[in-house]
Design a protein around this ligand. Structure first.
Ligand SMILES: [Zn+2]
Length: 115
């Protein structure tokens, strides 16, 4: 067996992760703004006091802009996995401050803050 014929190891698999969001596939990247990792989702669920309520005020192709329910301003987050298509203007959502998860009803998305 040649060296190149060996099975892919963890490092190979990790480096092969790539964004499939734009192709309509399930993204294998867990970078901020892409697929939500199970651990990220669980950590957010285990720290319920760090969710902040908000309302959707604008959506773009890959972005969701929210206004904090406390009235303390707005924030814009990017998610290439469809968050902007899963919300409606004015809809109440929650953002996990520490793990950057967006909750829309029962759905969860991995966020990247862009503004
Ligand atoms: Zn992606």
């Amino acid at each position: 067996m040649s060296h190149s014929a060996r099975a892919a190891g963890p490092v190979d698999v990790q480096s092969a992760a790539q964004c499939m969001c734009r192709l309509g596939g399930r993204c294998t990247s867990y970078d901020p703004g892409h697929a939500l990792h199970l651990v990220q989702s669980r950590l957010a669920a285990c720290t319920p006091t760090q969710w902040r309520d908000a309302f959707v005020v604008e959506t773009g192709d890959d972005t969701v802009t929210i206004r904090w329910a406390t009235g303390s301003g707005t924030a814009t987050f990017a998610n290439a996995a469809g968050a902007s298509h899963a919300v409606r203007l004015g809809e109440p959502v929650a953002v996990h401050d520490r793990y950057r998860v967006l909750a829309i009803g029962a759905a969860r998305f991995n966020l990247r803050e862009v503004g």
